[in-house]
Design a protein around this ligand. Structure first.
Ligand SMILES: *Cc1c(COP(=O)(O)O)cnc(C)c1O
Length: 241
C-alpha cells in the first residue's frame, strides 16, 4: 500500500515536471525567435525503471537518452511500443559498439575518431548508416570525454569521411555553474563552433542538431541556440547514484 502510494506520487510528479518543463521550453524557444516544436526534448532515463520511463512516454516524451549500453539493452524490451526514439549519450567502449548498432536511432557521444570508425564499420556490417553527433568538451569536470574546441573543426572533416556514420551535429556538457554569465558564454561558444562547422558544409549541410542543456541550464541553452535538450533529474527527480 505504502509502496503504491509512493509510486503514484512519483508518477504524478513526473507528469507535472514534464508540463512545467514544456512551458519553460516553449517560453525559451519564443524568446530565441523559434517555435516550441523546433526544440527536441530528451528525457534522460539512466537509473530510471521502465515503469516510469513508460509513464514519461505516455506524457508525450518522444525521445529518451541512456548512458550505458548494458543498462539500455536490459530495459528496452520493457518499454512500450510507440513512436519514441532512443539515443545513446554516454561514453561508448569499442567492445560495446556491436551491441548498440541498430538499437538506438543516434549516438550523440562520439568522442574520438577511433570510436567513430568502429561505429562506421559495425554499421556497414549491419547494412545501416548510424547518425551521430560529435561530443565537444568545453573543459568540464563532468565531460572527461570529447573533442577539444580547438580540434573540433578539423575532426569534423575526419568524421565526415567515415563510411557507415553520418555526422548530424554537436553534443556538449559544459560545466555546471551558478554563474549565469559563464553558463551563457559556454553555450554561446559551442553555438559559435556549431555555426563554423555548419558553414563549411562539411557533410552536405546535415549538421543540424545542437544538443546542449540539462536540468539546471536548459533554458539558457535554448536561448543560446540549443535545439535538443537532455533533461534527467528535472523530470524523474534526483538520482541516487
Ligand atoms: C545524466 C545526463 C544528462 C541529464 O542530467 P540532468 O542534470 O539529470 O538533467 C544529460 N546529458 C548527459 C550526457 C548525461 O549523462
Amino acid at each position: 500500500m505504502k509502496e503504491k502510494l509512493s509510486r503514484d506520487k512519483r508518477m504524478s510528479s513526473i507528469e507535472e515536471n514534464i508540463k512545467y518543463m514544456n512551458n519553460n521550453v516553449a517560453a525559451a524557444a519564443l524568446a530565441s525567435g523559434r517555435k516550441p516544436e523546433d526544440i527536441q526534448v530528451m528525457a534522460v532515463t539512466k537509473t530510471v525503471e521502465p515503469l516510469y520511463i513508460n509513464h514519461a512516454i505516455s506524457c508525450g516524451i518522444k525521445l529518451i537518452g541512456e548512458n550505458r549500453v548494458q543498462e539500455y539493452l536490459g530495459k528496452v524490451d520493457s518499454l512500450v511500443v510507440g513512436d519514441w526514439e532512443a539515443h545513446l549519450i554516454g561514453h561508448l567502449q569499442t567492445n560495446k559498439v556491436r551491441q548498440i548498432i541498430g538499437r538506438v536511432s543516434m549516438i550523440q557521444s562520439v568522442d574520438s575518431v577511433k570510436i567513430a570508425k568502429e561505429i562506421g564499420k559495425r554499421s556497414i556490417d549491419a547494412g545501416i548508416v548510424t547518425p551521430v553527433l560529435m561530443e565537444v568538451n568545453v573543459g568540464s569536470e563532468l565531460s572527461k570525454f570529447g573533442f577539444s574546441m580547438d580540434s573540433a573543426v578539423e575532426k569534423a572533416y575526419e568524421l565526415a569521411e567515415i563510411k557507415g556514420i553520418k555526422l548530424h551535429g554537436i553534443m556538449s556538457i559544459p560545466p555546471i555553474s551558478d554563474d549565469e554569465k559563464l553558463i551563457r558564454q559556454n553555450f554561446s561558444n559551442i553555438k559559435g563552433l556549431f555555426i563554423d562547422i555548419y558553414d563549411k558544409r562539411i557533410d552536405n549541410g546535415s549538421m543540424i542538431i545542437l544538443s546542449m542543456g540539462m536540468s539546471g541550464d536548459y533554458r539558457q541553452a535554448i536561448i543560446e541556440g540549443s535545439n535538443l535538450i537532455r533533461v534527467g533529474s528535472a523530470i524523474f527527480g534526483m538520482r541516487e547514484n
